[in-house]
Design a protein around this ligand. Structure first.
Ligand SMILES: [Zn+2]
Length: 326
């Protein structure tokens, strides 16, 4: 992505572009700031601009090198993170990195690496990096990401050019969340709560999705064909505009697919966080009845997508959901 897509860090971007134009980028950078504030995006754009075959101080986004980096598969970029289930970045990982950096680049003018988060390097690992930071083999570019530079060895800090990333403002968060495809209402709700971190905003979004799932499951569990008002109340409450209704139907599809899986004796389900509720859906009806409902939900989704009246379509579906229990 070009530098213009990085929001909220104009000063940092200026500094980096100026150094690109003068050909005086540092060997080693330390990008400090809260995770989710744009450090990694900026690091990747810096590398992209360095590798770009068209522009000198930005990523063109269309040359093969830029495209490969956007796709996350450039062979000359190494991203070092703690291995799964490990807390720290080990000295073995850094040895391997140093080995890689000492090889000739495949296609870029030089190699680049991102170490994230740098404060998770073990002391041995960090010490082993000192020489590399000072004189990177093959003129490699090294970018360390950290939440707090104070957590790094001073010998590491002093060998890097530090650039500080402030948390994103709520306005920038709002723009970025919407660009990410989040509904404007959700983005407006989450932007001020996220502490200027996209990562945090996305975590909060997951939490609100979990709450919504619970709410939907509770409502459908309460529906009772003998008290028809519960059916219409649920339909009223859960239907919204067309998008909200489609989202609800996707949720129901996912629940009933899981229930059918359980009914077929397959214990591996998607909605693990609400497993007891899925088990009760599976147990409420026979296996064929749940299959039929699943088909019914698919049909309703198709109808709503083709502009059927959302509320009416849900009324019918919910009557079916409340009706044929065993
Ligand atoms: Zn390019």
């Amino acid at each position: 992505m070009p530098f213009a897509d990085i929001l909220g860090h104009d000063r940092n971007v200026d500094v980096l572009r100026r150094s690109l134009r003068s050909g005086k980028t540092a060997h080693s950078y330390l990008f400090e700031g809260v995770p989710g504030s744009g450090r990694k995006k900026t690091a990747l754009t810096l590398i992209q601009a360095l590798f770009c075959t068209t522009l000198q101080d930005d990523a063109c986004g269309v040359c093969p090198s830029c495209r490969r980096i956007d796709a996350g598969n450039h062979p000359d970029i190494h991203v070092i993170e703690p291995l799964p289930d490990k807390r720290d970045i080990s000295i073995e990982q850094l040895r391997e990195l140093q080995q890689q950096l000492s090889l000739r680049p495949y296609e870029a003018p030089r190699k680049a690496c991102i170490i994230d988060p740098a404060e998770r390097m073990s002391v041995n690992a960090a010490n082993s990096l000192l020489k590399t930071l000072e004189e990177p083999p093959g003129n490699a570019l090294i970018i360390l990401l950290t939440e707090n530079a104070g957590m790094l060895l001073s010998t590491v800090r002093s060998r890097c050019q530090t650039i500080t990333f402030a948390p994103l403002s709520p306005e920038h968060m709002l723009t970025l969340l919407e660009r990410n495809g989040m509904a404007p209402e959700t983005a407006a709700l989450l932007a001020p709560m996220s502490g200027g971190s996209m990562q945090k905003a996305l975590e909060l979004d997951n939490e609100s999705l979990t709450l919504r799932r619970q709410e939907v499951l509770t409502r459908i569990a309460q529906m009772n064909i003998h008290r028809i008002s519960t059916v219409f109340d649920a339909s009223e409450e859960l239907s919204g505009n067309r998008d909200a209704t489609l989202e609800l139907l996707d949720m129901l599809l996912s629940f009933f697919r899981d229930a059918v899986h359980l009914g077929a004796g397959n214990g591996d389900i998607v909605n693990r966080s609400v497993r007891p509720a899925i088990e009760s859906i599976a147990a409420k009806r026979s296996f064929p009845a749940n299959l039929e409902l699943l088909e019914r939900i698919y049909e309703t989704r198709r109808d709503v997508q083709r502009n059927a009246n959302s509320k009416l379509a849900l009324d019918h579906l919910f009557m079916a959901l409340a009706g044929n229990s065993r």
